[in-house]
Write a protein that binds this ligand. Structure first.
Ligand SMILES: Cc1ncc(COP(=O)(O)O)c(C=O)c1O
Length: 464
């Protein structure tokens, strides 16, 4: 007999009332739900979410940037179903299983070269914690126990557990916990919106890299790692920057012996147009006498740690992974227990989540998703000309399958008003301040892109 869900009335108001009386919702001032009610979701399919009145909402933010191939994707459903009949979970300390091994092998093939081992957890913030701990522990194992500080970019976001908050530069999320957090330094963000008049994105990124160099010169002896969100700083309002910064950051971290942590939790898994954003770093500029033909120069960088989560399971199950450079792994490989990485989470490497991730990678390969996304991005850019040329729209920008712009507005509570109005127009948008962004699932169709852009144009007209 299949255990049934208790039989409650299935309608929007009933679920809202029960949720408010029993669930503490994330990233929320709960009282605000008095004016801006929660959205009850009854089911999902493709790029759409549906409530109990069968009203539909186009999920233009991929349910907090996690969903890649639509809700209730039949192929991912089938993979999880198959795994359910074999093994739902087994602890990973002292045990192993096929899905976690296969996923680690596949990720090693796909990731920048030299990232040989995968360490698993369940969410993005845990991946950040793991990378910070591993970095400092590596230096300790290597006879440099004084390297315990970290730096991040201005307006960075790496999660909200205490360690992750220490490298997250968002006052709203940090201030209440200031006394609990170990303060870490930030360096200027290469976000091109901050460039001086007449300065292009590349030159501004290089100027920011100079500031990074100065910081490294002064503090490298205490620094374990520099953590960045490659190409796009999501929570900063989809701040985008020139890839030359990645190359300079890699060179400088090598020069000053500081780890580079690439937090690709939001931007990995094809989101920026390549499987991993780090691949887009331009090749190093050789001295003129050593110049090689372009095709012989490799592009892309290998970070010391690569963090993945969100889209890795197709948006199905909590899964995160920290991929590490081989030399770092080797520094932990000793006889003494205490030199090992003794970090754990109960659900590390959960087989169901790994199968969802393997199915996700299979879809990437089988459907040639990165090429298809290039066509989709071109189409969305083409149809959005009236939106980007709107009088109230500023800083239109696009990287891969991420679009963002600011709206010039005098509306107070712009983000909440925009969210509510968008729902009336069947679109799920979740602005950050006055920044509207699109981060749709990759299965979005042309018709759905038309709808998204046209409805957003109406919303901007109403709110500007
Ligand atoms: C770049 C980045 N790092 C870390 C995190 C934290 O991930 P999680 O919310 O799964 O803890 C996020 C979440 O948005 C993120 O965007």
């Amino acid at each position: 007999m299949i255990p049934r869900m208790p039989n409650h009335p299935q309608n929007n108001p009933a679920l809202l009332a029960r949720s408010l009386s029993s669930v503490w919702h994330p990233c929320s001032q709960m009282k605000h739900y008095e004016d801006f009610p929660l959205l009850p979701i009854a089911r999902g399919g493709g790029a759409w979410l549906y409530d109990y009145d069968n009203r539909r909402y186009l999920d233009a933010v991929s349910s907090w940037w996690v969903n890649l191939f639509g809700h209730c994707n039949p192929r991912i459903n089938a993979a999880i179903g198959d795994q359910l009949g074999k093994l739902e979970h087994a602890m990973l300390a002292g045990f192993t299983h096929e899905p976690v091994v296969q996923l680690s092998e596949r990720l090693r093939e796909l990731a920048p070269p030299g990232l040989g081992h995968c360490f698993y957890a369940s969410d993005g913030a845990s991946a950040t914690e793991i990378a910070l701990k591993m970095s400092a522990h590596h230096w300790r194992n290597s006879g440099q126990p004084g390297k315990t500080q970290f730096i991040s970019l201005e307006n960075s976001y790496h999660g909200e557990t205490l360690g992750a908050l220490s490298v997250t530069d968002v006052a709203l999320f940090r201030d209440a916990y200031g006394a609990l957090i170990r303060q870490q330094a930030t360096v200027p963000s290469p976000d091109w919106r901050k460039a001086a008049a007449g300065e292009n994105a590349e030159r501004y990124a290089l100027r920011c890299a100079d500031a990074l160099e100065l910081h490294l010169q002064q503090h490298h002896a205490q620094l374990a790692a520099f953590i960045i969100e490659p190409l796009v700083q999501g929570a900063a309002g989809m701040a985008m920057y020139h890839p030359v910064y990645l190359r300079r950051a890699r060179q400088l971290c090598d020069e000053y012996r500081v780890h580079l942590i690439a937090d690709e939790i939001a931007v990995g898994m094809g989101r920026t147009g390549t499987m991993f954003a780090c691949e887009q770093s331009p090749p190093p500029q050789p001295a003129p006498s050593q110049a090689l033909p372009r095709k012989e120069r490799g592009s892309g960088i290998t970070p010391d740690f690569l963090l993945l989560s969100k889209g890795i399971s197709g948006g199905y199950l909590p899964l995160s992974v920290v991929m590490t450079r081989d030399a770092i792994y080797q520094s932990f490989y000793r006889d003494e227990t205490a030199s090992g990485f003794l970090h754990s989470h109960s659900y590390t490497g959960n087989p169901l989540a790994c199968r969802a991730a393997l199915a996700t990678l299979e879809i990437f390969a089988h459907d040639n998703v990165l090429a298809a996304n290039r066509g989709k991005a071109d189409y969305l850019n083409e149809i959005s000309i009236p939106l980007r040329e709107h009088d109230a729209v500023r800083n239109w920008r696009n990287t891969g399958m991420i679009w963002a712009f600011e709206v010039e507005t005098t509306q107070r509570d712009f983000a909440q008003r925009c969210f509510a109005l968008a729902l009336e127009h069947e679109v799920l948008l979740r602005p950050i301040g006055n920044t509207i962004y699109f981060m749709p699932p990759y299965i979005i169709s042309k018709l759905e892109m038309d709808l998204l852009v046209n409805r957003t144009l109406h919303i901007v007209n109403e709110l500007s």
